[in-house]
Design a binder for this molecule. Structure first.
Ligand code: GAP
Length: 447
C-alpha cells in the first residue's frame, strides 16, 4: 500500500478535481445543470468501467457457479406488485406549510423546515419509483415503471436461466445496469442520485444454507473492496436493525465506507429468503420452485443478494485514493489508485514535441496501448504533465528524452507514489512495467 500523507479529503476537493480532470461533470451544465444528475467524462468513464469489469470478473467470469444476464429497464407492472415495491418502496415525506418544500422525514428535526423555519406538516408515504407511459396513450392502463433495482429481472427469469444454463443449486445470476429512484433528498455528489448503476447478484441456495451463504457473500464483498485498494481502516460492516430491514429481507448488512462526510453505505448484502420467487410464482401462476435431482426433493430456493452501487463505489475509490502532499509550489495532489482501478496505467510522455523524439514516443505508445490502458500526452512542460498524471492516478509514466535517441536507447520510468525514476532499456520496457505493476498490486493485496 503506498504511503498516504493526508487523510482528510473534503468533498469540495473531490468535486473540483473530478471536474478539472475529466472524471465527472454535472449533467446539462450549459443549461445550468440538472440537479443531482452527473455525467462521467473521459477519465471517469475509464474508472467506472474498470470497477464494473473487475466486479464482473470476480462475481461472474472467474466462477463456475454464477452466470450473467442483461435485462430491460422497463418491466411488466405486475412485477412491482408482486415484488412489494408498489406497496412498500416509499420514504416518509413531510412538506413545509410556508415554502412548500418537501423533505425526507428522517432528515429533519422537530417538525421545523430546514430551509425557511416554517412548520412541517404530517408525514405521508412517497413511492420512489419513476412512472412513465408505454405507447401513445397516457392513461392508467399504459403506466410502466423505471426499475428501482436490477434484481427483479433475475427473479422473473429464474426458470429461463436455470433451464438454459443447466446450473444446479447453489448458483447465482448477476447483472450490471441502471436503476432509477425518485429520491426525496439526493445529494453528496454521486452518492445519492435519481439515476444510478447497480451491480447485483442473486445467489439461489437451499433454504437451510442461507445463513452460511449470507456470511460468505458479506465477507467476499468486503474483501473485494480491500483487495482493489480500499484501505481496511476506511471500510466496515454494519448489520441492519430489524426496523431498517427492507420489506423483502430476513437479514441485511451494509458494507460502509468512511466518506468525507462520514460513514455511508456502499453495498447491501441481504438474505431475501424465498420472498421474491414465492411472490412471483403466486402472482404469475408460473411455478418457480426447484427440483433437486441429488436429493430427490422440490423446494423454493432462498436468495442471498450482494447489491453494490457502481457510482458509489467509484466515489469511494476516488475518495480513498485522494492524497495531498507538500505545500506552496511543491504541493502535489495524487490519486493512489490500485493499478487495476486506475483509469490509465501508463502515460507516455515525450520530453517535448521535438521532431526527433516523436516517432520513438509514438512507437512506444502504440506498443504499450495493446497491453495497458495508456495515454499519450505531449502538451505543456514535463513537470505539469507529471502533475496531471498524478491527479488522475496513473501509476507509471514513461518519458522519452534526447538521451533515448542520441545516447543510451533507454527511457525513464517514473513512479506516481514516490516520484522515483529509473532508467530502462527501450527493449525491456514491458518487463520493467510488468514488474513494477505486479509489485504495486502485491502491496494492495497482501497474502
Ligand atoms: N436489490 C437490492 C437493492 O437495490 P439497495 O441497498 O437499495 O439494495 C443497492 O441498493 C446499492 O445500490 C446501494 O448499496 C448503493 O450502492 C446503490 N444505490 C442505491 N440507491 C442509490 C442512489 N439513489 N444513488 C446511488 N446509488 C444508489
Amino acid at each position: 500500500m503506498p504511503e498516504y500523507v493526508t487523510d482528510n479529503t473534503s468533498l469540495e476537493s473531490l468535486v473540483s478535481l473530478a471536474k478539472r480532470r475529466g472524471f465527472i461533470f454535472q449533467s446539462s451544465e450549459i443549461y445550468g445543470g440538472l440537479g443531482s444528475v452527473w455525467d462521467y467524462g473521459p477519465v471517469g468513464v475509464e474508472l467506472k468501467r474498470n470497477i464494473k469489469e473487475l466486479w464482473w470478473k470476480s462475481f461472474v467470469s472467474d466462477r463456475e457457479d454464477i452466470v450473467g444476464m442483461d435485462a430491460s429497464i422497463l418491466m411488466h407492472p405486475a412485477v412491482w406488485e408482486a415484488s412489494g415495491h408498489l406497496e412498500n418502496f416509499s420514504d416518509p415525506l413531510v412538506q413545509c406549510g410556508s415554502c412548500d418544500r418537501r423533505f425526507r422525514e428522517t432528515n429533519v428535526k422537530d417538525k421545523i423546515c430546514p430551509e425557511c423555519g416554517g412548520t412541517l406538516g404530517d408525514s405521508r408515504q412517497f413511492n420512489l419509483m419513476f412512472k412513465t407511459f408505454m405507447g401513445p396513450l397516457e392513461n392508467t392502463s399504459s403506466v410502466v415503471y423505471m426499475r428501482p433495482e436490477t434484481a427483479q429481472a433475475m427473479f422473473v427469469n429464474f426458470d429461463n436461466v436455470l433451464t438454459t444454463s443447466r446450473k444446479k443449486i447453489p448458483f447465482g445470476i448477476a447483472q450490471i445496469g441502471k436503476s432509477f429512484r425518485n429520491e426525496i433528498t439526493p445529494g453528496n455528489f454521486t452518492y445519492r442520485t435519481r439515476e444510478f448503476e447497480q451491480m447485483e447478484m442473486e445467489f439461489f441456495c437451499e433454504p437451510e444454507t442461507d445463513e452460511k451463504w449470507y456470511k460468505y457473500w458479506t465477507e467476499f464483498s468486503r474483501n473485494w473492496f480491500t483487495s482493489h485498494g480500499i484501505r481496511e481502516s476506511k471500510i466496515r460492516i454494519r448489520k441492519h436493525t430489524k426496523k431498517e430491514l427492507p420489506h423483502y429481507s430476513k437479514a441485511s448488512s451494509d458494507i460502509e465506507f468512511n466518506f468525507p462526510w462520514g460513514w455511508g453505505e456502499l453495498e447491501t448484502i441481504s438474505n431475501r429468503s424465498d420472498f421474491d420467487l414465492k411472490s412471483h410464482s403466486k402472482k404469475s401462476g408460473r411455478d418457480l420452485s426447484y427440483f433437486d435431482p441429488d436429493k430427490n426433493s422440490r423446494y423454493t430456493p432462498y436468495v442471498v443478494e450482494p447489491a453494490m452501487g457502481a457510482d458509489r463505489s467509484a466515489l469511494a475509490f476516488l475518495s480513498d485514493a485522494y492524497d495531498e502532499e507538500g505545500t506552496g509550489k511543491q504541493k502535489r495532489t495524487v490519486l493512489r489508485f490500485h493499478p487495476d482501478i486506475a483509469p490509465f496505467q501508463i502515460a507516455v510522455l515525450p520530453l517535448s514535441r521535438n521532431d526527433s523524439l516523436v516517432p520513438t514516443a509514438r512507437s512506444i505508445y502504440k506498443s504499450l496501448i495493446t497491453k495497458f490502458n495508456t495515454q499519450y500526452d505531449d502538451s505543456q512542460s514535463i513537470g505539469r504533465r507529471y502533475r496531471r498524471q498524478d491527479e488522475i492516478g496513473t501509476p507509471l509514466c514513461v518519458t522519452i528524452d534526447f538521451d533515448t535517441i542520441q545516447k543510451d536507447n533507454s527511457v525513464t520510468i517514473r513512479d506516481r507514489d514516490d516520484m522515483g525514476q529509473i532508467r530502462v532499456d527501450k527493449e525491456k520496457i514491458f518487463e520493467a512495467i510488468n514488474d513494477r505493476i505486479t509489485r504495486l498490486k502485491k502491496t494492495y493485496n497482501p497474502k
